[in-house]
Each structure stands twice: as structure tokens, then as C-alpha cells.
Write a new protein. Structure first.
Length: 423
């Protein structure tokens, strides 16, 4: 659960005798409704602020695994029971800004990364205005502060909406997160130990929280966890294969299909039926979601994890509308025209022109495909056959399996073969 968003400016406050009294002044702050009684100044201690600031400015907040993450930091606070995702910006006039999104400790912060990046883009524009504008102009300063406040309010509002996900959005979570997508790719190769998974994900992200990463897999019942006792080597006394293992029991992807509700409704519409039928035919004649299933699923995930886009998607799944009569369902911070254009650009919806009227209709209903991962059976057998060959590096995700782990993997696949995941 999000607690608050706070935008700081780092001030040196030099005195006439050359002394400095550095502080973080708050440019804007918004507290979630559930925490309305909280004093934002008590959420993040000064020592934590300086620690995060130093990590950002010294370039030690991340191993720089991804260039677009160089100004972002995720970590637990030391002096208060929260964790944060922070964004740092040094502007052209050498002023320093730091934005902290404060969360409860058990929150999946990575889920909100996209929203926080959008906030960062909006704030960058205002920080640049401050760097180049007249700071003595009261109207100018008021306007900038209002823009910052609106951006923060919007992000807090969207994070709150994204906190209660439908099942299809949990599938999107898997594909929207590099760590989760990598986890899915690894599990398609057979059982993976928690130790090896952690080691592999550390190549993508510092200190990955495996429990949070696995959460949507377990909630959707496409993966299981189990403990292996391991096998003791009689000669060396070394125990191999001991620990927690993760097993994939279902595979899942996001694809598009012609929306059945809209197709049926169009058959009864003499004006639009032929136009819509042609749009559907042209798109699906060349559509092959399984040619690059990960890329397609990742692309579709962003439409499901943007609260406003998801609302429009859900609306148009049930009915098509003339442009001027589309219900106003987006938040006060969003522009309906921009949202519709984004869905149209992604071929999720299409527009139909009938005389002077433009209509919007769903072109591709985003739907999850869940399959039994039969291919894992042969991979388990291949990996258990070579278990006696030399020393085994158990930090490898494709390390040879003990008979205990291999047998458990096959038993889980057999036991869950007839299980269905309902959406």
C-alpha cells in the first residue's frame, strides 16, 4: 500500500561566513487517504534522506544494469518502517531534486515502476522550468508548484487504483517485470532452486525479493514451491539438491482475439458490419501471437496495467460507441482522446467511419492463454540423467536435478494436469 509521495529539493543554505546548513525542503507532498493523519516529515528520517541522496548522487544506488534505471532507487528505510522508490534529478542549474514514493514494507513496489517513471517525466519538465525561469516571479512559482502538485496527486491516485488487480492484470504483472519474465523463462526449463533463481535475478536487479516476484505465479496457480531434503554424497558428506525449489505447472501468455461480444453485435448492424469485418480480417490474417509470444505479451501488458487504459478496454469489450458518445470514465487527470489514440495505435481498438460519424470498436480482446507445459517433462528427464557427471554448480538454473526434485516435478505436473485457471 502506498503511504505518500514527497518531492524534495536539496538546499545547501550557505551563510554569510561560508558555513552551510544542508536540508531537504519539501516542494510538494501528498498522503494516501488511508494515512491522512500521517505527518510527512516523520515518514522519512533525515539520515535516510541523506543516505538515499548520497546513493543517487554518488552513482551507487544501482549496479547500472539498465540505463533507464540510473536515477531510480528502491530500498528499505533504516529509521522508519517503510520502503521507497525514489527518483533523483540534477538540473542544468546544478539544483538537486529527489522524489520519494513511500510504501508499506510488504508492498510490491516494482508493480508501480511504470507510473513512477511517468511521474518522473512530468516532474523533469517542471524542474527544468524552475532552472530556467524567474524565481522572483510569484505567479511563475505558483504555477510550477501547482503543476508538480497535480502530477503527484495523479500518480498517488493511479497507484491506489492499481493496488487491486484482476487476474488478467496479474498475468500482465509477470510480463511487465523483467525479473518475473526471466523467472518464467527459467521455469520453462524445469524446476529451479530458490538459490539459483536469486543468483540469476541478481544479474538484473540488486537484492531481488523472491517472495514478491513469485507472488503472481502462486496466486494464479501456475507455479508451486516445495522443499527438497537433498541427497548426501557418501564419500564427501556434501548434501546436494537441498532447499526450496519452484516448479512451473502451467504456462501463460497474453494474446488478442476477435472480441466475441462485439463481433455478435456487429452482425446485427447493417451500417458498420462490413467495415468492421474488413478491419478484423486484415488484422488477423497477418497476426501470429506465438511467433514472438513474450514480446506480444509484454506489449499487451502495458494496456492492462494502466488503470485508465484498462477501464476503456473493459468498456469497449462490451459495446462499441460513436466517438462523441463514449462515456467519460477516465480520471480527472487523463485525456480520453489521448487514451483512445493510444489503444488505436496499439491495434487494440479500431475506428470506423460511417458517413460523418466516427465509431470506436474493440479490435483485439486481450485474453490470457493457459496451457499445460508438457515440454517440461522431457527437460526434467534430460537434466536428471546427467546428475552423476562431475561436480555440480547449484547456482546454475539448469543444474542437474536430483531424483528427488525430478520426481517431485513430474508428480506435480501429473497432479495438476486437469486443473483449470479461471479468468
Amino acid at each position: 500500500m502506498v503511504v505518500a509521495i514527497i518531492v524534495y529539493k536539496f538546499e545547501l543554505n550557505p551563510s554569510e561566513d561560508g558555513e552551510i546548513e544542508p536540508e531537504f525542503s519539501i516542494l510538494s507532498s501528498q498522503v494516501a487517504e488511508e494515512h491522512s493523519g500521517v505527518n510527512v516529515r516523520n515518514l522519512v528520517a533525515t539520515n535516510d534522506l541523506f543516505g538515499i541522496f548520497f546513493a543517487h548522487s554518488a552513482g551507487t544506488s544501482t549496479k547500472q544494469k539498465a540505463p533507464d534505471k540510473k536515477n531510480f532507487f528502491v530500498g528499505r528505510l533504516k529509521e522508519t518502517p517503510y520502503k521507497v522508490m525514489s527518483y533523483y534529478k540534477q538540473e542544468v542549474d546544478q539544483s538537486h531534486y529527489m522524489t520519494l514514493c513511500v510504501f508499506k514494507l510488504d508492498e510490491d513496489v516494482d508493480m508501480f515502476e511504470g507510473l513512477i517513471k511517468l511521474l518522473a517525466e512530468k516532474l523533469d519538465a517542471q524542474f527544468l522550468r524552475l532552472a530556467k525561469g524567474n524565481l522572483r516571479d510569484v505567479n511563475f512559482i505558483t504555477d510550477v508548484r501547482r503543476a508538480i502538485e497535480n502530477a503527484v496527486k495523479f500518480t498517488l491516485f493511479q497507484i491506489g487504483r492499481l493496488g487491486n488487480l484482476e487476474k488478467i492484470q496479474k498475468v500482465a504483472l509477470i510480463y511487465a517485470s523483467p525479473e518475473r519474465l526471466r523467472t518464467l523463462e527459467l521455469l520453462r526449463g524445469g524446476p529451479v532452486s530458490r538459490k539459483a533463481l536469486t543468483y540469476e535475478l541478481e544479474k538484473i536487479k540488486d537484492y531481488p525479493n523472491i517472495d514478491i516476484i513469485l507472488k503472481p505465479f502462486l496466486e494464479l496457480n501456475i507455479a508451486r514451491r516445495d522443499w527438497a531434503r537433498g541427497i548426501k554424497d557418501r564419500k564427501t558428506g556434501v548434501v546436494r539438491g537441498e532447499g526450496e525449489f519452484i516448479f512451473l505447472i502451467k504456462d501463460v501468455a497474453l494474446v488478442r482475439r476477435p472480441p466475441p461480444n462485439i463481433v455478435d453485435q456487429m452482425k446485427k448492424d447493417s451500417k458498420l458490419h462490413s467495415l468492421y469485418e474488413e478491419k478484423v480480417k486484415v488484422f488477423y490474417d497477418k497476426y501470429d501471437p506465438f511467433a514472438k509470444v513474450n514480446e506480444e505479451s509484454r506489449f499487451l501488458a502495458r494496456f492492462l496495467l494502466d488503470p485508465d487504459l484498462f477501464d476503456f478496454f473493459a468498456l469497449l469489450k462490451e459495446k462499441y460507441f460513436p466517438a462523441e458518445k463514449i462515456p467519460k470514465i477516465s480520471s480527472e487527470f487523463s485525456n480520453s482522446t489521448d487514451l483512445l489514440n493510444e489503444l488505436k495505435k496499439g491495434d487494440v481498438i479500431c475506428s470506423l467511419k460511417e458517413k460523418e460519424t466516427e465509431w470506436y470498436a474493440l479490435l483485439g480482446e486481450i485474453t490470457p492463454i493457459v496451457v499445460f507445459p508438457e515440454y517440461i517433462v522431457s527437460k526434467i528427464k534430460d537434466r536428471v540423467v546427467v546428475q552423476a557427471l562431475g561436480e555440480v554448480d547449484e547456482t546454475l538454473t539448469d543444474a542437474p536435478l536430483t531424483t528427488e526434485v525430478a520426481q517431485r516435478g513430474l508428480e506435480l505436473l501429473e497432479a495438476t494436469y486437469h486443473e483449470k485457471t479461471q479468468f
